[in-house]
Design a binder for this molecule. Structure first.
Ligand SMILES: NC(=O)c1ccc[n+]([C@@H]2O[C@H](COP(=O)([O-])OP(=O)(O)OC[C@H]3O[C@@H](n4cnc5c(N)ncnc54)[C@H](O)[C@@H]3O)[C@@H](O)[C@H]2O)c1
Length: 431
């Protein structure tokens, strides 16, 4: 397979061209003939014009690539090596929503032929590829895994907004349904991944490896978030504590904060769902989730307490929230926990303005029902800096005072950006 792809006798297709699918498709398209397939026609039209709908890649990344973008699944019939990178969200009740990954499997079932390869990259629980997706592929195609076609799993580890650790520079875990497929899949990915390939023992091992990376991060952040809640009652700055404790060689360096987005705050539920299905009641993972989900409420309460302590009536207060994306310097607002803070402040009848230099006003309106202010006013009682966008890093006391008509503006610094920078003419608190 690898040699045929390299000789351009066979084509590679990527199914789902979002944060994960598009960069890998463009990387493969340097040396292979690639078909980029997505069900979202508007996104496909943008990519045909050399625009990344996720705003991560610039136009030069599309240049000198052998890639055809399409929303027509019939075009996939000319491909032989398929990479699936569709979303794996959770439902309202936090159970895995497998509709995209099963939908993509159904599409592939209609186009695969004997000798083809299907590699899943979407983050799933151990067993999903072989127990949920494989039966769909077999049923729709009438072909048999191993004998007629091969499957594999290779998790993606990129982090949106990270311009240094791009897809080619992160060790790629690969797995296959048998020894032959493992070798072939390793060779195909090895062609584009300069950081190296790790061959996992089985597909389930590769699935589990990815899901625990994110669950581990979630639990570690939950621990420091819990510390932040305890220490705020004691008027101790958590970052001071972490800096002191961090002088020990084996102390793990995590900082408190909101855990949103569609990876860290979502993937652990895939693991706990599977654990529960297997009759195991996961304690640590779910309690970490609960702590992290409680942070928005904690920060909203803290802001309201500070407003009351300044002698103000929250129902007449005006708050500016700076930053609504789920992390710094990205446009993605999905599952942003800042939105939970805003919701809670509004429930106390607080007048909330939201500003963000990266988020799209139309998307925020569509997702949350309110827009962004492009020119914040000068009469805020409190300013909550929720995201550490580069544009916010060098803001000084004069900037915050210009946003406030009251004598002593309240500043809630969720990311600890301004500690030690302000005089006592502002009422400053950092998580
Ligand atoms: N975003 C990240 O940083 C990141 C990192 C590592 C792993 N992952 C995992 O990778 C997977 C993809 O995530 P993403 O962030 O790229 O998602 P995304 O939402 O950015 O993009 C997914 C794309 O798939 C398309 N799509 C949905 N259903 C489809 C179908 N049936 N057929 C074809 N296209 C379909 C959508 O239109 C969209 O363009 C998820 O499982 C995610 O957990 C994401």
């Amino acid at each position: 397979m690898y040699q045929e792809l390299l000789n351009r006798e066979k084509k590679l297709a990527v199914i789902g061209l979002g944060y994960v699918g598009l960069p890998i498709a463009l990387e493969f398209a340097k040396d292979f003939d690639v078909i980029g397939f997505d069900i979202n026609e508007a996104r496909v039209e943008m990519m045909k014009r050399g625009e990344d709908p996720s705003s991560e890649l610039d136009a030069t990344t599309f240049q000198n690539r052998s890639i055809t973008f399409t929303a027509n699944y019939e075009d996939l019939k000319t491909a032989h090596f398929f990479v699936v990178a569709v979303p794996t969200p959770v439902n309202e009740d936090k159970s895995p929503n497998l509709r995209p990954v099963l939908g993509a499997s159904e599409t592939l079932g209609k186009v695969i032929k004997k000798g083809d390869y299907i590699i899943y990259e979407s983050t799933v629980y151990p067993g999903c590829t072989e127990e949920d997706c494989q039966p769909v592929l077999e049923k729709v195609s009438g072909l048999k895994t191993g004998k007629d076609f091969k499957i594999g799993y290779s998790p993606e580890r990129i982090s949106p907004g990270d311009k240094l650790r791009t897809v080619d520079k992160i060790t790629k875990i690969v797995s296959g349904c048998d020894a032959e497929s493992l070798e072939e899949i390793a060779k195909v990915y090895g062609h584009i991944i300069t950081a190296g390939i790790y061959k996992a023992a089985t597909i389930k091992v590769a699935e589990a490896a990815k899901i625990i990376e994110n669950a581990q991060r979630d639990i570690n952040i939950a621990f420091v978030n819990e510390l932040a809640m305890i220490f705020s009652k004691m008027n101790i700055n958590t970052h001071d504590v972490l800096a002191a404790a961090g002088t020990k060689w084996n102390f793990l360096k995590f900082v408190p904060g909101l855990v949103g987005g569609h990876c860290i705050g979502v993937d652990p539920y895939y693991l706990t769902h599977k654990a529960e299905k297997m009759g195991y009641d996961p304690q640590v993972i779910l309690s970490g989730r609960r702590v992290n989900n409680g942070m928005a409420s904690f920060l909203a309460s803290r802001t309201i307490q500070m407003i009351i302590k300044e002698g103000k009536n929250p129902s007449k207060a005006k708050v500016l929230v700076m930053g609504i994306t789920f992390k710094e310097n990205v446009t993605d607002i999905r599952n942003s926990k800042v939105a939970d803070i805003i919701k809670e402040l509004k429930e106390f009848s607080i007048d909330v303005d939201v500003a963000d230099p990266h988020a799209s006003n139309a998307e925020v309106e569509h997702e949350y029902g309110y827009g962004l202010v492009s020119n914040p006013s000068n009469d805020y009682d409190a300013i909550l800096v929720a995201v550490n966008h580069d544009a916010y890093l060098n803001k000084d006391e004069a900037f915050f005072k210009s946003l406030s008509s009251c004598g002593r503006p309240i500043i809630v610094d969720v990311k600890n950006l301004y500690k030690g920078k302000f005089s006592d003419k502002v009422n400053y608190w950092a998580l």
